[in-house]
Each structure stands twice: as structure tokens, then as C-alpha cells.
Unconditional design. Sequence first.
Lengths: 199, 400
Amino acid sequence: MHCEKPSCMAVCPTGATYKTADGVVLIDWDRCIGCKYCMIACPYGVRFYAEEKQKTQPDIREVFPDPTGEKVWSPPWRMPDHVQDNRIGVGIQPKNVVSKCTFCYHRISKAPAGTKDLDPSDPALREFTPACVATCAPGARHFGDLDDPTSEVRRLIAEKRGTRLLDHTGNRPRVYYLAGAQPAIPETRSVRRSRDGEA
Amino acid sequence: MAIALVSNGLLRRYLDIDRRPDALAIGMMLFGGIAAAIGLAWVFHDLWRFGHAAFNTSSDVAWGAPIAFYLFFLPSSSGPSIIASADSVFGVNVFHPIAKRCVFLAIVTLVSGFTILALEIGHPFRMLWALPFGLQWHSPMWWMGVFYSLDLLLLIVKFWRMHVADWHSRFMHLVSIASFVVCILAPGTLGLVFGMMAMRPAWYSPVMPMYFILSGFMSAMAFITFFTAFEPEASTPPALRHLHEVVLPRLFFLALLAVAGMRFGQILTTLWSNVEGMEANWHVLRSDAFRFELLFGLVLPIALLSTNALRRSALVRFAAASLAMAGIFLARLNLLIVGQVVPLFKGYWADYVDYWPSTTEWMLIPAGFGIFCFAYGAGHWLLRLGDDPGPEPAHEAARA
């Protein structure tokens, strides 16, 4: 969620999780020891450890194993190898480290300086736009500079009731949900209690 | 040849290799060696074959049973350290006959805990440089690493001075005081690792460090009682017998009462809370693991140690200690589950997370406990753990 006050960064005992000058929270895979404390501390549960039992079979990691044995797997449709950058947690995840969304830092960090909004419909900016924004068919996702009051994302947050999830935790994520006319954002986490025989 | 002679001389000087091991040493080394070999072989095989996917942990339950085993061992090292420092810190020398044994017990407990941690963590060797050079002073886990490393270092120094019969020097006195301070801070920061997690309401509590210190002391009493119950009564000096039969069981009993009181308060307050995430407490309360923790880990040991007559029986002490050790392990597992059973954020449309340790995770028990028993048995044989310094010369002079 690339929080303003990321608790994952605060608890990291090695400094593997860090925040860039432009506010993106990243993991240095070469420093991560796989203690998973950041996964415990992230209120949004958006950090992942690949070494877990697969819920579906066949295990795709065993279908495409990494010949070097260093990475979790080696999918044939992966990005070019030269893009792999462990210092910013981009590429195929190495074994025994935690991963997270990077806002496609390898793309956004190369955008022309001073770009307010990365609009994938602009051919000049598309290659610098995060992949999830570029591939979202209905154009529901937007990416821009929150610090610039004239940016499109700032206007959307103001006009479409931009909401941050679990705001009470104080993490202040930089991902906003544009509620618009919707009555609620799913920000509570009450568990269904039927299993324990409760209402 | 010369090197062999020197090492042989050094060995004989510091280790009792000529002494025949007694039944306790042989039994513990044999049991520990076999258990450790089976456990480690099993875990290493599974880690080599499946990686950490051999554990049943997931992105929802990131910390599983291996962390519970590690939480079982590490805070337990504080109790023996406190007892071994009682002389320097409080001027209480009643524990002198078991002080050296306690320091060794604390060391092997820490080593067993660290071994399990190394098998659980993704990159244990990277940790050796990334942790000290990271200097992440705002992370409770970093402080935990600092204090437990210091704890181990001070315990080794302290044991070394005891082993060369330096019990009363100023240096030893300072090491004892430092060891006492660090052995309180270490489980305290371990408690903070959980207690500071505001995003996991079932853990978030300023009382958590105190709970870890107290429950660590209680489990340490269980460890000490467990091992001293094997001491043959006939050959035990009266002062040591008094310690085994009266002082230590009473301390153990009091520690059990304190932990039970704290646990009771913890449960009551959490059940009254409407904060989302706290419903996990109800989930854990309905589990068999919690029932065992409560009945067999707290109530029964308290009942067993409730009278002087019962406390004098080695069998009763042994049973109470065994139950309390099993109970505190389940308490650690319950603590881990309660904080993670409601998935973060996804709880709204998800259900409680299913988690039960895999065979690989269970095999960490024989691995860790085997290392512990083997090391303790070897120490019992070779390191004169029963050394008693006698009264401090200065005290004797003052009396004269």
C-alpha cells in the first residue's frame, strides 16, 4: 500500500524494507532474512512469502523450476532477465524472502521528471505506467503524484470520495479507493462466526 | 604430536574426561542424541526437498509452530540466569549449589532456541551480518537480537569464570549484574515483538513483556525442577536437598500462580472487547489446545505443588514440571494462533484461518529438545555443574 508511515519498515530488523525518496516502499531481497515480521506488521496483509503449500495442483513452481535453484520458479513468460533487480524487489522472487507490490518501480522510476500523472492511454507514458494500471481494461486504476495538487489523482480523490482503508492504524497508505456513490468500502474485518455456532 | 599433547592437557584441565559419566548423563546424551539426530535429519531432509513449504505456515499465518518452540526455549533461559545472579544482585546465596548448573542450563536453552530459529528463518546466515549492520533501532526484533546475543555472551563469560573457580571477584560480580539486567530485557523485548503490534489487536498489549518475563521464569522453574528431580536423594547434601524439595518447588508454585493470574486477567479483558480481531480469543478458547494449556499446564501443576508434603515428592515435582512444560508450549502456540487466526483485512469476507503444524514442524520438537538434552547431559558429565563456591571470603571475614 506504500504507506506514509509503513509499519512493515519500522519492524524490519535488517533494513531490507525501505522507502524511496519518492515514497515507494520496497524490499531489498539481498538483505531480507525471511523473518516475516513485516508480514505480521502489515495491517493490509499484502506481503507474501512464496514458500507455502500450494492450494491447487500441480504446483506451478515444480512445473517450471528455476535451474539455478536460487529463485522460487522460472516461468517461461517472465520479464527479460536484465530487469531483475533484487535491490528493489523486482523480478522473480528469490527463495526464502518476502515480496510485495513495487508499484512497478522499474517502470515508474524511469518516467520523465515532473510527470504528474502516468496515463496509460498516452503512448509516450504507457511504458512507465504500473502494469496493473496499464492492463486494467475499464481504466478503473489511476497513478499519479499525490504531492502535486494539480494532478489528476488529487482531483479524483477530492471529487470521488477517495478513501484509505483501515485509516485508524495510522499507516496512511498512498493507495486510495474511489468510493464515488458507493455506501461503504470493505474496511472492516469481522469474521463470519458460523463455524463456531454463532450468529 | 605436540599439538595433541597440548590439547590433551587442555582438555583434561577443563573437562572431566576421565570421570565416568553417571546414569543421568548417559541417559540424557543417548536420548538427546537419538532425538536430535532423528529430528534434525527429518527437518533437513524436508527443507532440502520442499524448502519452507514443508511448514504449514502461509501468508496468513506467517509465524507457526517453529516460532512457538523458539518462544518456549528462549524466555526459559532467563529464569536460570536470574537464579544464578541472585547472589550478586540480591545478596541471596541460597542458590549457590545450583548456580553453575543454572548458567549452563540457560546456555543450552538459548542454543536450542537459536537452532530452531535458524531452521525457521529464511536466511539464517544472512541474518548474522544483516542484523548487526542493519542498526534498525526502531525494530523490537532488532533489540531482541541484541539482548539475546548479549545474554548468551555474558552467560558464556560467567560460566567460564565459574569453571575456573572465580566466583567472587569484582569482574564476576559485574558480569552477574549485567547478565541479570540483560536476561530481564531479552524476554521483555521478545514480548514487545508481539505487544507492539497494534494492527493485531489480540496481541497488542503493554502487559505482553511482563507476561513473557513471568511465563519465561515459570517455564525455567519447570526446567530446573524437571532436571533436579533426577538427582539421587541419598547422595545429595542437605542444603541441596532443601533447595530441591522446598525452595525451588515453592518458587515454581508461585510462578505458576502468577502466570495463571496474568493469563486469567488477559483472557477476561480480551473477551470483553468488541474490537475487531479480538473474536480470535473466542476461537482459541474453544480449542483443545487451550483446554490442555489451562487444565494440564496450569491448574493441575498448581494442585500438585500446593502442599509441602506433595512438593517433597520427586515424582510429583517431576509430573508438575512435565505438565507445566507441555502447557507453556501450548500457551505459546495459542498465543501465535490468536494473533493470526483472523486474516488481516481479508477477515471481512474470509473465515478463521486453518492452521495446524505439519510433521516437519512437529519434528522440530525432538530436534530442539534433543540438542538440549544432549548438551545438558554432556555438561553434566564433563563440566562439574555441581560446583559450589562456598561462602564469599569477604562475608566470612566480616563474620569472624
